[in-house]
Design a binder for this molecule. Structure first.
Ligand code: FAD
Length: 401
């Protein structure tokens, strides 16, 4: 036994030649299709629509989704490879697929067959886009504090509230929205009484508000979403009434693998760019890489990068097998990979000297992107709490707060 795991076998990761073939295809897509647009995306803060269409044609929106719902039927390692390879060039581009996952995962797992057919199939084909709306101006980490309400009326629900920081809201056709449907039974059970609903763009009273400018992942900007007496039929409720908190937590357990993969992609880019630069750039009549202090930076970048990648594939493998440990493994992968990427980004800036802080050098952006990875899908300090709570629950059946 390797506490808290049952055996050393639990660290096995099954990587196949098909995974490597897939990586090559995604790399070609990212380098050929995305890279030429990178500076334009950074400058305009917009992803050209035709690039999303191309990704849809290649089936990238269907990764991890069963074939019967329009997906590729692939395991979660494919999702991680896709996000990692694309993030090596442009992490903002992967936000579209990640937010699709925050919609399709809860609908596939907790929704009705009608919902799966109506919403997941067009999303898996990339014909429609989705967003996930939980966060509010007054509630982020503390999901149970949301103030959006849904009240029963005429066999349906009337939703009122304001959501904030909603990625992809400007393009989304379908939104999955968390609302309070009943007051919490006690202070200790604040998480009870929350429910998810699907709201379609164009529903009366629903509006996407201001775009929120953030420091990084340019090309993807979160928005405000306003729900003013929005009526949805009961068939739009996802999962049982009052189960919203549980569904949200399971969705994030799954989704944070994507953030770990974004971080591995950025760490890879920072490493490669730094190695190339220090081999070419000369100082004191030799390449920068000739200095041991510079070598130390590069070798540390590589060490943290490969450790992060192993954790990502391992956690993705556990999640594919639906192992209970996958919950804290995903949190550990997100925590470690985003902090490894932060280290890599800082070192990349350091070894690039002035070019490291010049916007035209396209190096400082790594750090801006990583700060967002450390924040969304549960901040890294929230991951520290999840790891501890889940590990205690798994190992001893003990609930700690
Ligand atoms: C670019 C971007 C895109 C986003 N996209 C989406 C989206 O698509 N949909 C969506 O619903 N949300 C989205 N979010 C919201 C994101 O999930 C939240 O910002 C995040 O969960 C943190 O919540 P908060 O901003 O309210 O910070 P807070 O919860 O106010 O936290 C502030 C600080 O306090 C710390 N803290 C809070 N509670 C604790 C605790 N119990 N113990 C220790 N420390 C604690 C946090 O770690 C953090 O450092 C996005 C955010 C960003 C920046």
């Amino acid at each position: 036994m390797v506490f808290p795991f049952s055996s050393i076998e639990d660290f096995r990761v099954e990587l196949k030649s098909e995974h490597e073939l897939f990586r090559k295809t995604v790399r070609e897509f990212a380098e050929r299709e995305l890279e030429p647009h990178l500076r334009e995306i950074e400058r305009t803060n917009q992803i050209p629509q035709q690039l999303l269409k191309k990704a849809a044609e290649l089936g990238y929106f269907g990764l991890g989704i069963p074939e019967e719902y329009g997906g590729q039927g692939t395991d979660l390692i494919y999702n991680s490879i896709y996000v990692e390879e694309v993030s090596r060039i442009c992490p903002a581009f992967t936000v579209a697929t990640l937010v699709h996952g925050l919609f399709t995962f809860p609908v596939l797992k907790f929704g009705t067959e009608e919902q799966r057919r109506k919403y997941v199939i067009p999303l898996a084909r990339g014909e429609k886009h989705a967003a996930h709306a939980t966060t509010e101006p007054g509630a982020g980490s503390d999901v149970a504090a949301i103030e959006t309400t849904a009240k029963e009326k005429d066999g349906g629900w009337v939703i009122n509230g304001r959501k904030y920081f909603i990625s992809g809201a400007d393009k989304a056709d379908y939104f999955i929205v968390l609302a309070r449907t009943s007051p919490p039974p006690s202070k200790k059970e604040r998480w009870k009484g929350l429910t998810f609903f699907i709201v379609e763009r164009g529903t009366e009273g629903f509006r996407v508000g201001e775009k929120i400018e953030v420091v990084g992942i340019r090309g993807s900007h979160p928005c405000e979403v306003i729900l003013d007496n929005v009526y949805v039929p009961d068939e739009n409720r996802v999962g049982e009434e009052g189960m919203g908190f549980k569904i949200a937590m399971e969705t994030y357990d799954h989704g944070r693998l994507g953030v770990a993969a974004q971080a591995v992609g950025v760490a890879q880019a920072a490493f490669e760019k730094s190695l190339q630069y220090t081999m070419q750039r000369r100082a004191f009549e030799r390449p920068l890489l000739g200095f041991q202090a510079v070598q130390f930076h590069i070798s540390e970048m590589l060490t943290y990068l490969e450790a992060a990648r192993l954790m990502l594939y391992w956690a993705s493998h556990l999640a594919t097998q639906e192992r209970p440990e996958a919950v804290f493994a995903a949190s550990m992968a997100k925590l470690f990979a985003t902090e490894a990427a932060e280290k890599a980004a800082l070192k990349a800036i350091t070894v690039h000297g002035g070019m490291g802080v010049a916007v035209e050098g396209m190096v400082e952006r790594f750090l801006r992107d990583v700060q967002i990875f450390k924040t969304y899908e549960g901040t890294n300090d929230i991951q520290r709490l999840v790891i501890m709570r889940q590990m205690m629950k798994q190992a001893f059946g003990m609930e700690i707060s």
